[in-house]
Design a binder for this molecule. Structure first.
Ligand code: GSH
Length: 234
Protein backbone atom coordinates (compact mmCIF):
# COMPACT_ATOMS: atom_id res chain seq x y z
CA UNK A 1 0.00 0.00 0.00
CA UNK A 2 1.40 3.42 -0.92
CA UNK A 3 1.67 6.17 1.66
CA UNK A 4 -0.66 9.13 1.59
CA UNK A 5 1.24 12.20 0.35
CA UNK A 6 0.09 15.30 2.23
CA UNK A 7 0.73 18.70 0.66
CA UNK A 8 0.70 21.34 3.34
CA UNK A 9 1.71 24.78 4.53
CA UNK A 10 5.36 25.04 5.71
CA UNK A 11 6.56 24.21 9.20
CA UNK A 12 7.68 26.96 11.61
CA UNK A 13 7.53 28.03 15.26
CA UNK A 14 8.13 24.42 16.38
CA UNK A 15 4.90 23.24 14.73
CA UNK A 16 4.89 20.63 11.94
CA UNK A 17 2.89 23.12 9.86
CA UNK A 18 1.58 26.63 10.49
CA UNK A 19 -1.64 25.93 8.57
CA UNK A 20 -4.55 25.16 10.94
CA UNK A 21 -6.23 22.87 8.38
CA UNK A 22 -2.90 21.24 7.51
CA UNK A 23 -2.18 20.59 11.19
CA UNK A 24 -5.72 19.26 11.62
CA UNK A 25 -5.11 16.69 8.88
CA UNK A 26 -1.73 15.66 10.27
CA UNK A 27 -3.27 15.36 13.75
CA UNK A 28 -6.07 13.20 12.33
CA UNK A 29 -3.59 10.94 10.51
CA UNK A 30 -1.74 10.45 13.77
CA UNK A 31 -4.91 9.70 15.76
CA UNK A 32 -5.89 6.97 13.28
CA UNK A 33 -2.32 5.79 12.56
CA UNK A 34 -2.46 6.00 8.75
CA UNK A 35 1.10 6.33 7.35
CA UNK A 36 1.81 9.49 5.37
CA UNK A 37 4.55 11.64 3.89
CA UNK A 38 4.62 15.41 3.92
CA UNK A 39 5.40 17.76 1.04
CA UNK A 40 5.54 21.47 1.81
CA UNK A 41 4.04 23.65 -0.90
CA UNK A 42 5.07 27.30 -1.33
CA UNK A 43 1.56 28.22 -2.48
CA UNK A 44 -1.85 26.51 -2.36
CA UNK A 45 -2.45 26.82 -6.09
CA UNK A 46 -1.42 23.36 -7.30
CA UNK A 47 -4.09 21.59 -5.22
CA UNK A 48 -7.49 20.59 -6.60
CA UNK A 49 -9.26 23.26 -4.50
CA UNK A 50 -6.40 25.77 -4.70
CA UNK A 51 -6.15 25.52 -0.89
CA UNK A 52 -3.87 23.60 1.45
CA UNK A 53 -3.88 20.84 2.57
CA UNK A 54 -4.49 18.38 -0.24
CA UNK A 55 -3.42 14.78 -0.71
CA UNK A 56 -2.25 12.43 -3.41
CA UNK A 57 -3.03 8.76 -3.00
CA UNK A 58 -3.14 5.89 -5.49
CA UNK A 59 -3.39 8.28 -8.43
CA UNK A 60 -6.08 10.46 -6.85
CA UNK A 61 -5.76 14.11 -5.80
CA UNK A 62 -8.17 15.23 -3.09
CA UNK A 63 -8.57 18.70 -1.61
CA UNK A 64 -10.27 19.97 1.58
CA UNK A 65 -9.40 18.44 4.95
CA UNK A 66 -13.02 17.36 5.51
CA UNK A 67 -13.27 15.50 2.19
CA UNK A 68 -9.80 14.05 2.72
CA UNK A 69 -10.89 12.64 6.09
CA UNK A 70 -14.01 11.12 4.49
CA UNK A 71 -11.77 9.51 1.84
CA UNK A 72 -9.39 8.13 4.49
CA UNK A 73 -12.32 6.67 6.41
CA UNK A 74 -13.55 4.84 3.32
CA UNK A 75 -10.14 3.76 2.06
CA UNK A 76 -8.55 2.74 5.38
CA UNK A 77 -11.65 1.90 7.43
CA UNK A 78 -10.59 4.26 10.21
CA UNK A 79 -13.21 6.08 12.27
CA UNK A 80 -12.27 7.61 15.61
CA UNK A 81 -15.91 8.81 15.93
CA UNK A 82 -17.45 5.33 15.77
CA UNK A 83 -18.37 5.21 19.47
CA UNK A 84 -20.06 8.65 19.55
CA UNK A 85 -23.82 9.01 19.95
CA UNK A 86 -25.89 10.96 17.41
CA UNK A 87 -26.03 13.86 19.89
CA UNK A 88 -22.26 13.87 20.35
CA UNK A 89 -21.77 13.84 16.58
CA UNK A 90 -24.07 16.85 16.31
CA UNK A 91 -22.04 18.66 18.99
CA UNK A 92 -18.82 17.74 17.15
CA UNK A 93 -20.15 19.09 13.85
CA UNK A 94 -21.35 22.33 15.49
CA UNK A 95 -17.99 22.79 17.23
CA UNK A 96 -16.19 22.09 13.94
CA UNK A 97 -18.19 24.84 12.25
CA UNK A 98 -17.40 27.23 15.11
CA UNK A 99 -13.69 26.47 14.84
CA UNK A 100 -13.32 26.30 11.06
CA UNK A 101 -15.88 28.82 9.85
CA UNK A 102 -15.54 31.43 12.58
CA UNK A 103 -12.55 31.20 14.94
CA UNK A 104 -10.27 30.37 11.98
CA UNK A 105 -11.03 33.75 10.40
CA UNK A 106 -10.03 35.61 13.57
CA UNK A 107 -6.64 33.84 13.30
CA UNK A 108 -6.41 34.93 9.66
CA UNK A 109 -7.19 38.49 10.72
CA UNK A 110 -4.49 38.49 13.40
CA UNK A 111 -1.84 37.00 11.12
CA UNK A 112 -2.54 39.00 7.97
CA UNK A 113 -4.14 42.29 8.99
CA UNK A 114 -2.42 43.25 12.24
CA UNK A 115 0.65 45.25 11.17
CA UNK A 116 2.73 44.03 14.12
CA UNK A 117 2.24 40.40 13.02
CA UNK A 118 2.53 40.92 9.28
CA UNK A 119 6.36 40.47 9.01
CA UNK A 120 6.10 37.14 10.89
CA UNK A 121 3.33 35.93 8.58
CA UNK A 122 5.37 36.76 5.50
CA UNK A 123 8.43 34.91 6.85
CA UNK A 124 6.47 31.76 7.77
CA UNK A 125 3.24 31.28 5.82
CA UNK A 126 4.90 32.68 2.69
CA UNK A 127 8.34 31.49 3.85
CA UNK A 128 8.97 29.09 0.96
CA UNK A 129 8.47 31.77 -1.67
CA UNK A 130 11.96 33.09 -2.62
CA UNK A 131 12.58 36.41 -0.81
CA UNK A 132 12.57 38.80 -3.82
CA UNK A 133 9.38 37.22 -5.20
CA UNK A 134 7.85 37.24 -1.73
CA UNK A 135 8.45 40.96 -1.30
CA UNK A 136 6.66 41.50 -4.61
CA UNK A 137 3.66 39.18 -4.08
CA UNK A 138 3.07 39.74 -0.35
CA UNK A 139 1.00 42.93 -0.77
CA UNK A 140 -1.17 41.22 -3.41
CA UNK A 141 -1.66 38.19 -1.18
CA UNK A 142 -2.57 40.50 1.72
CA UNK A 143 -5.12 42.31 -0.43
CA UNK A 144 -6.65 38.94 -1.41
CA UNK A 145 -6.96 37.93 2.24
CA UNK A 146 -8.54 41.30 3.10
CA UNK A 147 -11.17 40.59 0.44
CA UNK A 148 -11.76 37.08 1.84
CA UNK A 149 -12.26 38.52 5.34
CA UNK A 150 -14.74 41.09 4.03
CA UNK A 151 -16.56 38.41 2.01
CA UNK A 152 -16.87 36.26 5.12
CA UNK A 153 -18.20 39.29 6.99
CA UNK A 154 -15.80 39.24 9.92
CA UNK A 155 -13.51 41.69 8.13
CA UNK A 156 -16.22 44.35 8.31
CA UNK A 157 -15.84 44.55 12.10
CA UNK A 158 -13.35 46.57 14.14
CA UNK A 159 -10.29 44.77 15.57
CA UNK A 160 -11.85 44.94 19.06
CA UNK A 161 -15.08 43.38 17.78
CA UNK A 162 -13.18 40.61 15.95
CA UNK A 163 -11.17 39.85 19.08
CA UNK A 164 -14.32 39.78 21.23
CA UNK A 165 -15.84 37.24 18.78
CA UNK A 166 -12.70 35.06 18.99
CA UNK A 167 -12.54 35.26 22.79
CA UNK A 168 -16.16 34.04 22.99
CA UNK A 169 -15.36 31.06 20.76
CA UNK A 170 -12.34 30.18 22.89
CA UNK A 171 -14.58 30.28 25.98
CA UNK A 172 -17.01 27.86 24.32
CA UNK A 173 -14.21 25.39 23.48
CA UNK A 174 -12.94 25.58 27.05
CA UNK A 175 -16.48 25.01 28.41
CA UNK A 176 -17.05 22.00 26.16
CA UNK A 177 -13.72 20.52 27.22
CA UNK A 178 -14.33 21.01 30.93
CA UNK A 179 -12.14 18.55 32.84
CA UNK A 180 -12.22 15.81 30.19
CA UNK A 181 -9.01 14.64 28.48
CA UNK A 182 -10.45 15.31 25.00
CA UNK A 183 -13.41 17.30 23.75
CA UNK A 184 -15.88 14.41 23.74
CA UNK A 185 -14.41 12.10 26.34
CA UNK A 186 -11.28 10.23 27.26
CA UNK A 187 -10.17 9.35 23.72
CA UNK A 188 -9.35 11.68 20.82
CA UNK A 189 -11.90 11.93 18.00
CA UNK A 190 -11.96 13.91 14.76
CA UNK A 191 -13.03 17.12 16.50
CA UNK A 192 -9.84 17.01 18.59
CA UNK A 193 -7.81 17.07 15.36
CA UNK A 194 -9.77 20.15 14.28
CA UNK A 195 -9.33 21.84 17.65
CA UNK A 196 -5.66 21.02 17.98
CA UNK A 197 -4.90 22.29 14.47
CA UNK A 198 -6.38 25.64 15.31
CA UNK A 199 -5.55 26.02 19.01
CA UNK A 200 -1.89 25.08 18.56
CA UNK A 201 -1.69 27.64 15.76
CA UNK A 202 -3.09 30.28 18.11
CA UNK A 203 -1.53 29.32 21.44
CA UNK A 204 1.93 27.99 20.50
CA UNK A 205 2.97 30.67 18.01
CA UNK A 206 4.54 34.12 18.47
CA UNK A 207 1.66 35.93 16.69
CA UNK A 208 0.33 38.54 19.12
CA UNK A 209 -3.40 38.50 19.80
CA UNK A 210 -5.87 39.08 22.63
CA UNK A 211 -7.44 35.78 21.52
CA UNK A 212 -4.17 33.97 22.21
CA UNK A 213 -3.90 35.75 25.58
CA UNK A 214 -7.42 34.68 26.45
CA UNK A 215 -6.78 31.05 25.40
CA UNK A 216 -3.63 30.93 27.55
CA UNK A 217 -5.70 31.99 30.57
CA UNK A 218 -7.85 28.83 30.23
CA UNK A 219 -5.79 26.29 32.13
CA UNK A 220 -7.78 23.37 30.70
CA UNK A 221 -6.99 24.49 27.13
CA UNK A 222 -3.29 24.88 27.90
CA UNK A 223 -3.23 21.34 29.36
CA UNK A 224 -5.29 20.00 26.45
CA UNK A 225 -2.95 21.36 23.78
CA UNK A 226 0.06 20.05 25.69
CA UNK A 227 -1.63 16.64 26.20
CA UNK A 228 -2.42 16.36 22.50
CA UNK A 229 1.04 17.48 21.41
CA UNK A 230 2.80 15.06 23.75
CA UNK A 231 0.61 12.10 22.81
CA UNK A 232 0.56 12.55 19.04
CA UNK A 233 3.58 14.70 18.18
CA UNK A 234 5.88 13.93 21.13
N1 GSH B 1 -12.05 23.96 3.92
C1 GSH B 1 -10.63 23.84 3.65
C2 GSH B 1 -9.93 25.11 4.10
C3 GSH B 1 -8.44 25.12 3.77
C4 GSH B 1 -7.85 26.52 3.86
O1 GSH B 1 -8.54 27.51 4.06
N2 GSH B 1 -6.54 26.58 3.68
C5 GSH B 1 -5.87 27.85 3.68
C6 GSH B 1 -4.60 27.80 4.48
S1 GSH B 1 -4.91 27.47 6.20
C7 GSH B 1 -5.48 28.19 2.26
O2 GSH B 1 -4.98 27.35 1.54
N3 GSH B 1 -5.67 29.44 1.89
C8 GSH B 1 -5.23 29.93 0.62
C9 GSH B 1 -6.27 30.75 -0.07
O3 GSH B 1 -7.39 30.86 0.44
O4 GSH B 1 -5.94 31.27 -1.16
C10 GSH B 1 -10.10 22.60 4.37
O5 GSH B 1 -10.73 22.11 5.30
O6 GSH B 1 -9.03 22.09 3.95
Amino acid sequence: MTNVIVHQIPSAWGLPTVGPFSLKLEAYLRIVGVPYEVVFDATPFSGPKRKLPWIEHEGKKIGDSGFIIEYLEQRFGCNPNAHLSAGERAVALSMRRLLEENLYWTLVFDRWMVDENWPLTQQTVLGMVPAPVRAFIAPFARRGVRRQLAGHGIGLHTPDEIHAIGVKDIGAVSDLLGDKAFLLGESATEIDAVAYGLLANIMLVPVKSPIKDSALRHRNLVNYVERFRTRYFG
